[in-house]
Ligand binder design. Structure first.
Ligand code: NAD
Length: 259
């Protein structure tokens, strides 16, 4: 029996990268899934991948933009009406945005990145917390970043949003611990996903793979992380085994944030 057996796990950004890997892992551990993403096509593909891995997996797919509060309320309502509760919430959807020095960073770009990465995480917590408080149980894992605990540069919107996610996590952890909830964040370093490929293309253009080698040369482990490694951490944080961990932001970055 998996440690997420029959748990209802809601994942945003569930159609790619970390969200998809966490969805596959949760299904393997016995969870029923509600997957939210902006991209309906990749959501369908993800459902197929999950069913290929776990033939009897139950997967609800919801196309929604997490920066739209009404859409967030709707994905939470839809999940509860389908499954009756929410045991775990991987509040993960996010974008990097265009890299630029702060003086050149577009104000519209700033609002867009913060709108998805921070407002989206806040809206998700707001509506999911209401459900979990009523249940008297539940775990939330918010996706921050190394860029949410230290300065990376060229990422005003991303840095502001991810530092904000760390703050939201700590704030809610102290509010809801007494109701039996655990609320944590993860701070991934460079994990090889579509987002990181896009980021390397911004740095290196067609030579992005070379840019990638240079990028990981400064990592203590000299490699990119794998989405499956992040999925293993998320699965632990969503399980009963980690219930006394509350308010933490856990780096998963090969040691990069300690340099
Ligand atoms: P990804 O691009 O592979 O996946 C992100 C998913 O989120 C996509 O499926 C996308 O369609 C969805 N999404 C984007 N905007 C959305 C919106 N407005 N509403 C709903 N869905 C939306 O990226 P990833 O690397 O898996 O990133 C996932 C999270 O991890 C992000 O919050 C990102 O900031 C964070 N992160 C990633 C890394 C990394 O190295 N990959 C490092 C640190 C933090």
């Amino acid at each position: 029996m998996g440690r997420l057996q029959n748990k209802i796990i809601l994942i945003t950004g569930g159609a790619s990268g970390l969200g998809q890997a966490a969805a596959i892992r949760a299904a393997e551990e016995g969870a029923k899934l509600s997957l939210v993403d902006l991209n309906a096509e990749t959501l369908e593909e993800t459902q197929k991948i999950i069913k290929d891995n776990v033939s009897d997996a139950e997967v609800l797919m919801i196309t929604a933009d997490v920066s739209d509060e009404a859409a967030v309320k709707n994905y939470v309502d839809q999940t509860v009406s389908e499954f009756g509760r929410i045991d775990g919430f991987f509040n993960n959807a996010g974008i990097e945005g265009k890299q630029n020095l702060t003086e050149n960073y577009g104000s519209d770009e700033f609002c867009k990145v913060v709108g998805i990465n921070l407002n989206g995480v806040f809206f998700g917590m707001k509506y999911v917390l209401e459900v979990m408080k009523r249940q008297g149980s539940g775990s939330i894992v918010n996706t921050a970043s190394v860029g949410g605990i230290r300065g990376v540069g060229n990422q005003s919107g991303y840095a502001a949003s991810k530092h904000g996610v760390v703050g939201l996590t700590r704030n809610s952890a102290v509010e809801y611990g007494e109701f039996g909830l655990s609320i944590n964040a993860i701070a991934p370093g460079a994990i090889m996903t579509a987002m990181v490929e896009g980021s390397l293309r911004q740095m290196g253009g067609d030579n992005w793979e070379e840019a990638g080698k240079e990028f990981v040369s400064v990592n203590p482990m000299k490699r990119f992380g794998k989405p499956e490694e992040v999925a293993a951490l998320v699965s632990f944080l969503l399980s009963q085994e980690s219930q006394f961990i509350n308010g933490a932001t856990i780096p998963i970055d090969g040691g990069q944030s300690y340099k």
